[in-house]
Design a protein around this ligand. Sequence first.
Ligand code: NAD
Length: 391
Amino acid sequence: MIIQPKIRGFICTTAHPLGCAQHVREEIDYVKQQPKIEGPKRVLVIGASTGYGLSSRIASSFMFGAATIGVFFEKPASENKTGTAGWYNSLAFEEEAHKAGLYAKSINGDAFSDAIKEETIALIKEELQQVDMVVYSVASPRRTHPKTGETFTSVLKPVGQAYSSKTVNIQTGAVSMIDLEPATEDEISQTINVMGGEDWTLWIEALNDAGVLAEGVVTLAYSYIGPELTKPVYRNGTIGRAKDDLEATAHRLTEYLVEKQGKAYVSINKGLVTQSSSAIPVVPLYISLLYKVMKEKGLHEGCIEQITRLFSEKLYGDHQPVLDEHGYVRLDDWEMREDVQQEVKALWEQVTSENFEQIADHEGYRNDFLRLFGFAYDHVDYEQDVDPMQV
Ligand code: NAD
């Protein structure tokens, strides 16, 4: 099969196995160039197949030499349909980890369900006995509650009042206005149910009840704040309400883990191109301007640079965890620098369809987007006939 990108709105419905493997190898190579440091040796990553979760798994393995179990929800390939990018990423990751003599096993299924929690616990008991770190990096549009069976759907809307803003169609570069109606109370509550902290809590409680959390365990989830420009749709919007809940969960989990001397952290990460962030209105315009400014200043980072910095400079190494006054790790420190934000704001005021190509990093955004699905890699021959199942 000749595999080309098939883009529908903000997703790509195909993925290239060789490009995904290249993506994983590049992240591994980046980590290998960083100094090795002491860190957790048995790591569970929930949401491990793409974006920040994949980078967390790669950095744990190749920085700390950790054994990893990855949980994710991806579609395997069939004879005439490609698998999802996260499926290929995980196959490639396991292959590279095994080559390096590292333990790596994966569980593909709905992390929100009790069944997948039980399967994961059984695997930990059998093969690792306990875990020292649990990274929770799930991003999903839907969640079926394991106890009630109710399915919740998240929305990306402002709260309280309507909001009108510039936005961009990243495929065409057309800048236009978008009007977003405020969410209803029910939509706010559904979004919190999907992206808030309840499932993280259920995981930690289930793992603790089963006795598979080691003394001094660290659990970690990722959040975002972002600038004034995206506040109505992000931080003050429905997703921001869910993030408030996730952040409050970290404080509750630290109390819950006190006897184990465990800690729950939230790391506020940088905004960057992932499958999840591409779906948020307005944010891709901000990110493409941010990339331009941060690249010009030599401050740009992708997921793997962010997570290696998280592990080496913020959480591990020969220092105490570096936290802000609310107890959060701030990996968005470079994004939120005043000079960066002022320049992004100035570009935001000027940006139109006519000048988008010049003043935004359209190419960088589009390339990163294609690379999420294994496309736009120089060393991959995209005219080559590949069997989507033989990887
Ligand atoms: P992503 O879409 O790249 O990854 C999501 C992961 O969740 C994938 O591994 C996917 O398989 C998994 N997943 C989804 N539904 C699942 C389910 N039901 N069961 C098991 N696994 C499931 O997303 P991302 O952007 O890396 O986001 C991860 C976290 O980082 C989120 O909390 C997000 O809010 C946060 N974050 C993202 C950004 C950004 O700009 N992308 C910035 C800061 C924080």
